[in-house]
Design a protein around this ligand. Structure first.
Ligand SMILES: Nc1ncnc2c1ncn2[C@@H]1O[C@H](COP(=O)(O)OP(=O)(O)OP(=O)(O)O)[C@@H](O)[C@H]1O
Ligand SMILES: [Mg+2]
Length: 418
């Protein structure tokens, strides 16, 4: 890959510490000839830095090459303009038909660079890009960089509802706020079945990233994300116990950092096996939600998991216990269990097998199939608790109706002693 063969060169002569003032440009081009030419020209332009391998930084400009099937490129451009607002997209191709130019512009392309690449054309396009950036004032990467919340869900034991919780919380977060962006990620490599919960048959997964992690950039990431019916982007694991290969901690780290830079919420299903890969996801998490139920073997394993997490140096305030399938008559059992676990419950989710299984079997979130059920309301409330700001910014009517009857669902905002 040519990425390894070259080093970005700054002709402007700025000291390295001024690099944050540069415009970061990502070249997403399979053809090496056009790419090499563009790299050469761009690296001679002052204030432009070409994105290299592993940086989890949102580029100010992405230059895409038209794919064999132009429709693929148009839909990628449309997705990218939605995900990375403020990032400009240029298209380059040796095909110069007017219909291609028109469709590309309609999809959201700002400039078209004809191949073979001409220096003057590139310089003029970059000059116009800089002018627009100066007007909007938000194109430099440090202004647009998100530091999304990473919410990791880990099962105290298999089958406790970890995937159901991750899927439904992500759906609730998405429904709650039109301004916050949410992505749902499956890092469970022992039974990565998350797409089934949203009736998805994805073509891509972590496997595509793992095949060549150096390819990971905004354009590539946008390509591998599947879209649920509601528009929720999903990154499937692609691994299970029966498949070959393993998801590496490095691959998870690079991917999660890039997702965090592009989305307000990164919701992760970590499954229930604590291996190096899951541990990496938990390390990167803003909060770790350990899912459990009030069943003796589950409590037993949850206790071990909590001890392991505390013993591994995870900050106690980062760990939150979710008690799934909870019945209000079980208040005393819950109290006893909290003592055993040495952990207060952060949230309880009611037991509602008909609603939850109807949702799973229809491949839709519970808030869609049973919006008035207590379990759906519990998920909306949980989403509100992880995004207080979204609650305030949401329209009054729709949301206040969700919140009032379930205020007491959160049993404790801070976890107990470690
Ligand atoms: N709140 C709930 N009320 C009733 N049933 C539930 C609830 N949450 C989950 N379930 C049911 O529990 C079962 C397991 O759920 P889920 O697949 O989400 O668990 P998991 O922890 O991800 O499992 P795995 O270990 O296989 O990944 C499903 O049949 C689901 O419908
Ligand atoms: Mg699961």
């Amino acid at each position: 890959m040519t990425d390894k063969a070259w080093k970005p060169k700054r002709v402007g002569g700025s000291a390295p510490e001024s690099s944050s003032k540069e415009y970061l440009v990502e070249l997403s081009m399979p053809s090496s000839e056009g790419k090499t030419g563009l790299e050469k020209i761009l690296s001679s332009i002052d204030g432009i830095r070409i994105k290299t391998g592993k940086e989890a930084e949102v580029p100010a400009l992405v230059i895409l090459e038209l794919a064999e099937n132009p429709e693929e490129t148009y839909s990628l451009i449309r997705e990218m303009t939605k995900t990375a607002k403020g990032t400009e997209i240029f298209l380059t191709s040796s095909k110069l038909e007017s219909t291609i130019l028109l469709e590309a512009m309609r999809a959201g392309t700002k400039e078209f660079l004809a191949q073979p690449i001409r220096q003057q054309e590139v310089e003029e396009a970059i000059a116009r890009f800089k002018e627009r950036a100066a007007v909007t004032g938000n194109v430099k990467s440090e202004d647009r960089q998100k530091i999304g919340k990473v919410l990791a869900f880990f099962g105290g034991k298999g089958g406790v509802g970890t995937t159901s919780i991750a899927v439904n919380l992500a759906a609730a977060l998405k429904k709650m706020s039109s301004t916050s962006s949410v992505v749902l990620v499956d890092v469970n490599q022992h039974g990565g079945d998350l797409p089934l919960y949203l009736d998805l048959q994805p073509n891509h997964s972590f496997r595509d990233i793992a095949a060549d992690p150096s390819r990971l950039d905004l354009a590539f990431l946008t390509r591998v994300l599947a879209k649920a019916e509601s528009g929720l982007p999903v990154l499937p694991s692609g691994y299970d116990d029966l498949s070959t290969g393993r998801l590496s901690p490095d691959c998870v780290e690079t991917t999660l950092k890039l997702l965090q830079a592009n989305f307000d919420f990164v919701v992760i299903d970590c499954g229930h096996v604590l291996d190096l890969t899951t541990k990496k996801a938990l390390e990167l998490a803003t909060s770790i939600y350990v899912a459990s139920t009030l069943i003796v073997p589950v409590v037993h394993r949850t206790k071990r998991i909590l001890e392991l997490l505390r013993g591994s140096g995870f900050a106690p305030q980062k760990i939150r216990l979710i008690m799934n399938r909870y019945l209000s008559a079980e208040q005393d059992v819950l109290k006893e269990t909290e003592e055993i676990l040495k952990q207060k419950t952060f949230w309880t989710i009611p037991n509602d097998y008909p609603s939850v299984s109807q949702a799973v079997n229809s491949g839709k979130p519970i808030i869609e199939v049973a919006p008035r059920s207590p379990v759906a309301k519990s998920f909306m409330d949980l989403a509100g608790s992880v995004d207080e700001s979204a609650v305030q910014s949401s329209s009054k009517g729709g949301l206040s109706a969700w919140f009032s009857p379930f205020k007491g669902r959160r049993t404790e905002s801070a976890p107990s002693r470690a």
